[in-house]
Design a protein around this ligand. Structure first.
Ligand code: HEM
Ligand code: MG
Length: 331
């Protein structure tokens, strides 16, 4: 279980839809899921095309393929891996649950891949429906039409930060009004705002680099899991720049519908933007520990290794501010 190296290639814009990484349609059995970024990397062979990968393969692929910042990549990957992956075999499905990740530890562990609802994937996605409506992972044409509509209305035909702020609030408002189980607490509170800026920071060609995503390119990534011909990755490591603009457009505290639709109520126990370390500590002591109430032996060891990787990543995301928590004890 190698610890992924920090930035190992010159982090400049470069051709990533290259001869070694051609787009190919999904072969029978290939798995895809709710993340257009990882789906695209798999369809271009930056990740294994079958959609099953180790965490370090994913860290490497998001850096090489999209120039995602190393600390952010490790933070997202190890968080998702701890709740959706098989920590013993070191494999994660980027979509549905599958036996291809090996024998799973006993319930309540899920090891369900990125499609698993609530532990990482969550409500109010831009191009995927809420879990309550039945399919939380496939591209949804109706929602993409709204993405286009908002890009026309607020971005002159492009998805940009202004559109992101309006569409994020629109999706939240739709979930409040239609999804009785709507939940918008950490970690989803953070990932929803972060994912609103990802199309701007990662899907715009690194030579263009103007924060304006056109609709042909957007559909290519979101629906076809495909980079444009001749696509160059971002010019320099990218993270969540612009997230403050999106969240600031319509400020909202984390919360959920507590008694059916239109009962959105703030939840003071959830982390928010001013309590970042609580995102980490609640995730570890509640979400991860909830899936693994009493791990022993190699399982406990594997969990602790990955919890260390997760904590290490925080030093890049929020240097020196958070205190490590050890739900399974220290070795
Ligand atoms: C959404 C995982 C990297 C772009 C998601 C979701 C998951 C996920 C589970 C579904 C959340 C939801 O909408 O409910 C991951 C993991 C990554 C990663 C584990 C590893 C670093 C990336 C990268 C990009 C990206 C590098 C861009 C190149 C997006 C976007 C969405 C999303 C735009 C929102 C989709 C929507 O709202 O319709 N990701 N992702 N992700 N991801 Fe990723
Ligand atoms: Mg979702």
């Amino acid at each position: 279980m190698a610890f992924p190296k920090p930035d190992f290639s010159p982090a400049v814009s470069k051709l990533v839809n290259d001869a070694a990484h051609p787009w190919k349609p999904q072969a029978p059995g290939d798995i895809r899921g709710p993340c257009p970024g990882l789906n695209t990397l798999a369809s271009h062979g930056w990740l294994p095309r079958n959609g099953i990968a180790t965490p370090d393969q994913i860290v490497t692929a998001v850096q090489e393929g999209f120039n995602m910042d190393n600390s952010l990549a490790r933070f997202i990957v190890y968080a998702a891996f701890l709740v959706d992956g098989n920590v013993v075999t070191n494999l994660l499905s980027i979509g549905q649950k599958t036996s291809a990740t090996g024998q799973a530890p006993p319930a309540p562990a899920i090891v369900g891949g990125l499609n698993t609802h609530a532990v990482f994937e969550g409500d109010t996605s831009m191009t995927r429906a809420d879990f309550f409506f039945g399919d939380n992972h496939d591209f949804n044409e109706t929602l993409f039409d709204q993405f286009v509509e908002f890009s026309n209305k607020f971005g002159g035909g492009n998805y940009n930060l202004t559109v992101a702020g309006e569409l994020r609030f629109q999706r939240i408002s739709q979930s409040i009004a239609t999804n009785p189980t709507f939940s918008f607490v950490a970690p989803r509170y953070f990932t929803a705002y972060a994912e609103s800026v990802f199309p701007i920071n990662f899907f715009v060609d690194g030579r263009q680099n103007d924060g304006q995503l056109d609709m042909v390119t957007a559909r290519g990534f979101f629906q076809d899991m495909r980079m444009p011909d001749g696509f160059f990755r971002a010019n320099g490591p990218q993270s969540v720049a612009g997230i403050d603009v999106v969240a600031g457009a319509h400020p909202l505290l984390p919360g959920s519908n507590v008694n059916g639709v239109n009962t959105f109520t703030p939840d003071p126990t959830s982390a928010n933007f001013s309590t970042f370390c609580l995102l980490y500590s609640n995730f570890v002591t509640q979400t991860v520990a909830g899936l693994y109430p009493n791990p022993t032996g190699v399982l406990r060891q594997a969990l602790n290794i990955n919890l260390n990787f997760l904590f290490d990543s925080l030093n890049g995301v929020s240097p020196g501010t958070c205190t490590q928590v050890f739900p399974f004890g220290q070795d």
